[in-house]
Design a protein around this ligand. Structure first.
Ligand code: SF4
Ligand code: MSK
Length: 667
């Protein structure tokens, strides 16, 4: 155990559990983050280990001008190369997830897998329309098969552009073509990124980073967007739903089973299996009152948005959840799963279950997701959790605090909520921005991180931004941080939002922070920005919008890929923490000044939360000025259309329609 004062979490429940753990000699990521100080050379991108003449550390007073590796690589080359490898890894993670989703759609459409069905036919048709696949009058499964196969071609495509490039505003596409960053195939860009960053290939920092952006776009408009769309088609497009967040979601008298990771396929079936009479009776036979399903990280976001399953929080909560002593089984799939949980679980009765053929953890039970019979796998996992309930001891930190939340704002629902089924559009939001009622939009996303006061930066920025009339869209662990603080409720607007944003939220009945989903669902923000550009009155491309992306506590390579696809699409992004390219002024200049000139986006690294806030507001105000919008002044608005409220919308909604017509089921 460390003998210093750790930074810890900004959440009182999390802090209570951490203190309990320290008193019981249990180590968490918070302790390890303090013990393992980051290497200052590697942290800023100045260490190269791509060949075995190195590792080479490019340090010294004039390192930028003079230092080289054994091969002669400059600091700018090394920093850019390291960064591009981060983009490639992040893109690979999201996109391999997307490939699995597309394969599941294909297997469902062909009848090879019988445990799933096409839940949202309307979304399938929307996607088919974008992909120029005929859908009218054809069997649903035939359309789904064509959609899945078309998506799968985007992974191995060798030439041309991935299909979803065409979804972006025309001007945004033109910029990509002008600067050579329109992605060809997802796998191709990742492989080329690894090739170019190999010893002795591409040594021009700007040229390397240009390919980094091409790879990142393959992630945003490829992997992430495919994953979001296929998940909606299979499991339903989210619409607002009530749920709860934080450690108080665990129940002392029920079997607590938690799903954690990113891929929703198995989790969807677990949701179904836990509510069957057979399993509930089985749980009762073991002395439990029922089965309580909860989530963590982004698998949590997926099942929260579609089923209202409560979340125990984001990345840094996984060890703390186990330390409640209440989790009977923790079923994990892929990404953001700390291997530390296997060792920690041995101090409790908790079973860690790995399920992906791609991911095993020593010390965990492996129950592999059988992709042909996934329901059987789900049943085995639920039974294992129930069987483990009688082994629960009374040890652990039983925290009871939890908060209500509203999640599940898909881009389709956001359009619907601005006018109803027939008149839904982004006009009211654009008008509210033009009038200065809403100053701008911030995507508050990314991980939570034990090297800072974990979840604290999200909370600080969320409150300050909405005070400044900035509408927040949030994803990933940013959403979990806000949910676990009680911020994802309409009341948050009444209590904290500036006067303009408060009026907008009251008129529509929404929270000022819209939970859009998992980290792959950052693609929904691209879709929203595209719709705002098409609506008119603001910018006619994504670049130039009064919009900023912030990932204050990022830690994953996936976050870097996301920041880069937003920058390449025209959104300035501000990331917290030390810059992973901070050693090179040249690389920093390219990622800020050069990218801004070419793409109207940028990627900054700024550890100070107050400066992050100031930078975001400055970007928003400058964009307003460029667009010749009314100068933002709190409480002073121009004329705008009246937003349609709930009562008015109900009047125009036909009795048979689902929300926005989405989620019409057909098997
Ligand atoms: Fe050193 Fe060059 Fe090898 Fe990198 S590629 S480890 S800088 S010799
Ligand atoms: S889980 S990538 S810690 S957001 Fe998507 Fe959270 Fe970051 Fe993982």
């Amino acid at each position: 155990m460390s003998n210093h004062k750790p930074i810890h979490s900004a959440g009182s429940s999390a802090e209570e559990i951490i203190q309990w753990g320290e008193a019981h000699e249990m180590e968490t990521c918070f302790d390890r983050a303090q013990k393992l100080k980051p290497c200052p050379v590697g942290e800023t991108g100045a260490c190269c280990k791509v060949c075995h003449m190195g590792p080479c550390r490019l340090i010294g007073k004039n390192a930028e001008e003079e230092a080289t590796g054994v091969c002669g690589a400059s600091l700018a080359t090394v920093a850019a190369r390291n960064f591009v490898r981060m983009i490639a890894a992040g893109t690979a993670a999201h996109s391999d997830h997307a490939r699995d989703m597309a394969n599941t759609l294909l297997a469902t459409a062909t009848g090879e897998v019988k445990d799933f069905k096409i839940t949202d036919v309307r979304k399938l048709y929307k996607v088919a329309g974008i992909l120029e696949i005929e859908f009218e009058g054809r069997p649903v499964n035939d359309v789904a098969k064509d959609v899945a196969e078309t998506f799968l071609q985007d992974f191995g495509r060798q030439n041309g552009e991935i299909n979803y490039c065409r979804r972006a505003p025309k001007k945004t596409q033109e910029r990509w073509r002008k600067y050579g960053i329109a992605p060809r195939g997802i796998d191709r860009e990742v492989v080329e990124a690894m090739h170019r960053t190999n010893i002795g290939v591409d040594h021009d920092a700007d040229h390397l980073l240009t390919h980094g952006l091409r790879t990142a776009l393959a992630d945003g408009w490829g992997g992430c967007m495919i994953s979001t769309d296929v998940t909606d088609i299979l499991f339903g497009t989210p619409q607002p739903i009530k749920a709860e967040a934080s450690f108080g979601i665990f129940k002392e008298d029920e079997v607590n089973l938690v799903v954690h990771g990113h891929e929703p396929t198995l989790a969807e079936l677990i949701v179904d299996v836990v509510s069957t009479d057979e399993m509930i009776e089985y749980a009762k036979s073991k002395g439990a009152k029922g089965i309580n399903l909860g989530g963590m990280c982004c698998t949590a976001n997926e099942v929260l948005m579609r089923h209202g399953i409560p979340t125990a929080g984001g990345f840094t909560n996984q060890e703390l959840g186990i330390m409640t002593g209440l989790i009977d089984a923790l079923s994990v799939d892929v990404q953001c799963i700390m291997p530390a949980i296997a060792k920690l679980s041995k101090k409790f009765h908790t079973k860690i279950i790995t399920t992906s053929p791609k991911a095993m953890i020593p010390g965990a039970v492996h129950i592999e997701h059988d992709e042909h019979h996934p329901r059987q796998t789900a049943e085995t996992i639920v039974r294992l959790a129930i069987d483990n309930f009688p082994n629960r001891t009374t040890t652990g930190s039983h925290v009871t605090q939890k908060f209500p939340l509203i999640g599940g704002f898909s881009d389709e629902y956001i359009e619907y909520m601005q006018g109803g089924k027939w008149r839904g559009s982004y006009r009211p939001l654009n008008d509210a921005i033009m009038a200065g009622r809403v100053r701008g939009v911030v995507g508050l996303a990314g991980c939570d991180n034990p090297r800072v006061q974990s979840t604290g930066l999200h909370k600080y920025l969320a409150v300050e931004l909405i005070k400044n009339d900035v509408l927040i869209v949030s994803t990933g662990c940013g959403s979990a941080a806000c949910g676990s603080a009680g911020f994802l409720t309409p009341e948050m607007a009444l209590e904290n939002a500036g006067p303009g944003l408060r009026e907008v939220c009251e008129a529509i009945g929404i929270p000022p922070i819209l939970h859009l989903g998992a980290c792959v669902d950052n693609s929904r923000i691209l879709t929203i920005a595209t719709a705002m550009a098409a609506e008119g009155g603001l910018s006619d491309e994504i670049g130039g919008m009064p919009a900023v992306g912030i990932a204050p506590e990022w830690m994953s390579e996936k976050a870097i890929a996301i920041g880069c696809y937003f920058a390449a699409s025209g959104v300035p992004c501000i990331f917290g923490g030390e810059s992973p390219v901070g050693a090179s002024k040249e690389v920093t200049r390219v990622m800020t000044e050069v990218w801004m000139e070419r793409y109207m986006g940028a990627l900054h690294f700024e550890p100070d939360p107050e400066k992050m806030l100031a930078m975001a507001l400055d970007y928003i105000d400058k964009a307003r000025e460029r667009l010749k919008l009314r100068k933002y002044e709190p409480g002073k608005f121009g004329a705008e259309r009246v937003l349609m409220d709930m009562a008015a919308r109900r009047e125009i909604k036909p009795a048979h329609a689902g929300v926005g017509g989405i989620n019409e089921s057909e098997s």
